[in-house]
Design a protein around this ligand. Structure first.
Ligand code: HEM
Length: 238
């Protein structure tokens, strides 16, 4: 905590905090994708994985709280740095002035970040808190349970995913949100190389790497709602 307060006092320190919390969020997003891709291995795999996570209360709550702390740190440093930058900018170039040589992603970081935040709230209501009104299917995912060997019940995450993404508007909203998330993450990754002084490769090389990883992430996440919309899982979940 002391280290965080000391870093927070300088702009460079805040940049480090933003970069480090960004790395933690990247790790989560990659881990979550690998976990979710198990849907393609069938109900046993993804349900077994979800059950394993749920049964480790310490691990689950530790990572939930850690994730929340990283999100708060990331957003707070982003807001504070953008305020400082605005205050330090001496000339107002006016609304009509062309943006400097900034990429589309860098100009829309705040906006894509905000939309991603809304998406995460929606996503939590959809699959974690299981609020029936947001799945647009008129079904209650809480009733999707499967029996374990000891006769206890555990959520049928496979069924939730297959039924959830059969709705075109829901699938489309995920594809759009994940697209913005990947744009945000890939620009964040290039900035992080800069903030942490990882400048062994040229700027173009770093940007190209960040775009490539962002694209892979996008394709991985999108493959789930798109395949389900195209009929994946219909033999298992009628
Ligand atoms: C196609 C894309 C995605 C799918 C299919 C998906 C699927 C899921 C599912 C099924 C759960 C509930 C797991 C359970 O209760 O066992 C979940 C939880 C969650 N997802 Fe996703 N997700 C996707 C994208 C994302 C993205 C892009 C993010 C973040 C940027 C994200 C963040 C989370 C979080 C924070 C949770 C809550 C985990 C917890 O219960 O603590 N998800 N996701």
């Amino acid at each position: 905590m002391k280290v965080i307060t000391r870093l927070w006092r300088s702009s460079l320190g805040k940049k480090y905090l933003m970069a480090l919390s960004g790395i933690a969020l990247w790790v989560f997003v990659i881990g979550h994708l690998l976990g979710n891709l198990q849907v393609f291995l069938g109900p046993e795999k993804i349900n077994g994985y979800a059950h394993f996570l749920k049964s480790q209360a310490g691990l689950l709550w530790g990572s939930r709280l850690g994730l929340l702390a990283m999100v708060v740190l990331h957003v707070a440093s982003a807001i504070s740095l953008s305020r400082q930058n605005r205050a330090a900018r001496p000339i107002d170039y006016g609304a009509g002035a062309p943006p400097l040589a900034a990429s589309y992603a860098s100009r829309t970081m705040l906006m894509s970040g905000l939309i991603v935040a809304f998406f995460i709230v929606y996503h939590l209501l959809h699959y974690t808190l299981i609020v029936p009104a947001v799945n647009l299917q008129g079904v209650d995912f809480a009733t999707y349970q499967r029996k374990l060997a000891d006769n206890s019940e555990t959520p049928d995450v496979y069924r939730m995913m297959i039924v959830g993404f059969r709705h075109p508007a829901v699938a489309a909203s995920y594809v759009i949100a994940v697209g913005l998330l990947c744009l945000h993450l890939s620009h964040g990754l290039s900035s992080m190389f800069q903030s942490l002084g990882i400048t062994r490769f040229s700027r173009e090389g770093r940007d190209c790497f960040a775009r490539g990883v962002g694209l892979l992430l996008f394709l991985g996440y999108c493959s789930i709602p798109i395949s389900i919309l195209l009929g994946f899982g219909k033999e298992v979940v009628k």
